[in-house]
Design a protein around this ligand. Structure first.
Ligand code: IVH
Length: 670
């Protein structure tokens, strides 16, 4: 048999098992016996083992038979389960501290709780009056799956806690994982220990979970109110006292130098551990400081994961494709001969951008070193020049967009006074097919319109079938046609319809983020939403050519304004927003309506003591107040720091606006 015949057989088996997964897990009506199902699975896994080029996202080595979201009841986390940003070197760590000092507007001595980062999957356990009430997986961070019964099979998880200090209502969070030795016995079924833990936890039948020896180490909390515990390291000790397992290598350290030397030592020692560790987590130890620092869109400002260096392997570049991203960035991707790197078969590696190809002189046919670290996309590190063939030629990066043919440019960055390393397609709109598809994928994504029934693959499929061309087409889908497509049953169509309908009610900031204007990320979209307060006002500003007004907003600069202008120069972008605003219910919402500063507007001028503008703003907003960017009659208080702008103080006095010192303002908040 040749490769393509083997591939055909493999694909047939995978499609067969996908079909049975659906019958069994989604419809709960299996058509074949468990034995037949297991045989099918074994056949697929054996083929994959023998022929490393075989792979499919529906392979049982990737998923455990079913899409968990459809099988488990969902539960919203009382406090979101966020992820951590990564650091790979000293620069990243210094940058992390610098950002903290900037936010606090002060350099202070920091103390860290240092904890090994076990590579498993996280879970949140809610205890009320000492009883384990519900156990939930991380899910998308906002909502997870209820897997209480499965979690209860884990020995390390107490069902009942009688310790009198144990809080009456608390979410305990930690990592579920499998030890390396136990994984050895299951190696044929799962790609790595993490997949094994994840697959096992999401078994529909808790008795199945019980068969795989899972462990739980606790490391943080979700919902929890306490004045007594002041440090993360004290919280960890309390966890132990309450009956949870905590990591025996947890430590408290102070300086980056100490963190680095501990990291170096641990990186070598980790191979002696019973479980896989992919880095160290550093958390600011002082909990009230953690609270002050808060979160950015996806991760805390007070913690970072310091990863261990990556696994690597050599392979050969068979082809170089150029991918076009949502903002037109052209990313070269090397298709390499499949190679196993640290337990995962890798066949694509990013080459980052044109400059990187030039700098490393990467060519077709080259033997290259490919690195892979945790969940980060594998990348080409270097070329083995000794293995280069004599006739090899330099790779010529295309001057035109491979998708729409438009010219591509490298922008000049006024701040760095250099041209960007990234080349971009100049088509700022939906005329470029690849950009359009990526824009629609962004539109539906979790932080944007959050249409979870419509994944990235479905967008690509609907695009190919000409069902969508613009975001508004999502709200006018031909469901009859969809229900006749392969893989779509009545249930999945009605789920899709439901999640699309749900998304029609959306907050203004999410909507402004969803339309995908370059340089308008989640945080900037919030700033714009706060300023305009309604989509109508936003459209008026665009129509009146008054986008420069946004320069008044603290945090919005030339880059964002220029990007907004370019975006609206393309008339189809404007039409899309008009269309969507007639279909959707877009509203501006103030998050906390019970705070002390409700209905009060503030403006800050001058430098504050030990606090950045960003922190002051977040403090005002946490207490339901709002921050405005110009002195006008709507302003209630002007907060004055060091060296204020005299003109603003003068204007405020003329309008009879109350003037507060930093101390007076903080007194308003107690
Ligand atoms: S704290 C908001 N501590 O790493 C911060 N996470 O990307 C919440 N992890 O999803 C996480 N060990 O699965 C924290 N000692 C530790 C951890 C840890 C492993 C995992 C966890 C989380 C991911 C963060």
């Amino acid at each position: 048999m040749n490769d393509s015949e083997i591939k055909k057989i493999y694909e047939k088996l995978v499609s067969e098992i996908s079909k049975h997964n659906k019958y069994y897990f989604e419809d709960s009506k299996p058509l074949i016996s468990d034995k037949k199902y297991d045989d099918l699975k074994k056949q697929i896994l054996n083929l994959e083992k023998k022929y490393s080029y075989l792979k499919s996202n529906s392979s049982p080595s990737k998923i455990l038979g079913f899409s968990p979201s459809k099988n488990f009841e969902k539960s919203k986390h009382r406090v979101r389960m966020l992820s951590l940003s990564n650091a790979f070197n000293k620069d990243d760590l210094e940058n992390f501290e610098k950002k903290i000092f900037n936010y606090l507007n002060k350099k202070i001595e920091l103390e860290y709780s240092v904890e090994p980062k076990i590579d498993g999957i996280s879970a949140s356990l809610t205890y009320k009056k000492g009883l384990l009430i519900i156990g939930v997986s991380r899910g998308d961070g906002t909502t997870g799956e209820v897997i209480t019964e499965n979690l209860k099979t884990i020995n390390d998880i107490p069902h009942k806690i009688s310790n009198k200090d144990f809080p009456k209502d608390i979410d305990i969070r930690g990592e579920v994982f499998i030890e390396k030795d136990d994984f050895e016995k299951l190696k044929n079924d799962f790609a790595n220990p993490r997949n094994a833990a994840s697959g096992s936890l999401r078994q529909k039948n808790p008795l199945e979970t019980n068969k795989i020896p899972l462990n739980f180490i606790a490391y943080t909390y979700g919902y929890f109110k306490s004045d007594k515990i002041k440090k993360q390291s004290d919280f960890l000790s309390s966890l132990k006292k309450w009956g949870f397992k905590i990591n025996e290598h947890n430590k408290v350290l102070k300086t980056i130098k100490d963190l680095e030397s501990f990291h170096k030592k641990f990186e070598n020692d980790r191979f002696d551990l019973k479980y896989d560790v992919d880095g160290l987590v550093y958390k600011i130890n002082n909990l009230s400081l953690q609270n002050r620092l808060g979160f950015t869109a996806n991760s805390p400002r007070w913690a970072i994961a310091h990863k261990f260096s990556a696994d690597s392997a050599y392979s050969i570049i068979k082809d170089i494709n150029i991918q076009v991203g949502r903002t037109g960035a052209l990313t070269p991707v090397a298709r390499i001969k499949p190679v196993n790197i640290g337990g995962v078969v890798v066949s694509n590696a990013t080459l980052h951008n044109e400059d990187e190809i030039i700098r490393k002189d990467i060519r077709l046919g080259d033997t290259v070193k490919v690195e892979r670290a945790g969940d980060v996309i594998p990348h080409v590190v270097s070329v083995d020049l000794k293995k280069r063939e004599k006739k090899s030629k330099k790779f010529i990066f295309p001057n035109n967009c491979p998708s729409c043919g438009s010219i591509t440019i490298k922008e000049f960055n006024k701040t760095t006074k250099k041209y960007d390393a990234v080349r971009r397609c100049t088509n700022e709109g939906y005329d470029c097919e690849k950009i359009a598809i990526e824009k629609i994928k962004h539109f539906i994504s979790k932080d944007a319109m959050n249409i979870d029934g419509l994944g990235k693959k479905v967008v690509e499929n609907f695009w190919d079938l000409n069902l969508i061309r613009f975001p508004q087409d999502i709200y006018n889908l031909d469901y009859n046609k969809i229900s006749n497509l392969e893989g779509w049953g009545d249930l999945s169509v009605s789920n899709l319809k439901y999640s699309i309908d749900q998304s029609k009610k959306v907050s203004l900031d999410r909507f402004l983020y969803a339309i995908g204007i370059r340089h308008i990320g989640i945080e900037n979209a919030k700033l714009l939403a706060e300023y305009v307060k309604s989509i109508k006002n936003f459209i008026i500003l665009v129509n009146k050519d008054k986008l420069n007004e946004f320069l008044d907003i603290d945090g919005i600069g030339e880059t964002q304004i220029n990007s907004l202008k370019t975006f609206f120069e393309n008339k189809s972008n404007y039409k899309i927003i008009e269309k969507l605003s007639s279909i959707l219910n877009i509203s501006y919402t103030i998050l906390n309506k019970n705070g002390k500063l409700l209905n009060n507007t503030f403006m800050i001028t001058g430098k504050l003591l030990n606090m950045s503008r960003a922190e002051a703003k977040s403090l005002i907003e946490k207490n339901s107040g709002s921050v405005v960017s110009s002195v006008n009659r709507k302003l209630k208080y002007l907060i004055i720091g060091e060296k204020p702008t005299n003109r603003k103080v003068q204007q405020a006095k003329e309008l009879g606006i109350k003037i507060l010192s930093q101390k007076e303002w903080l007194n308003l908040l107690d």
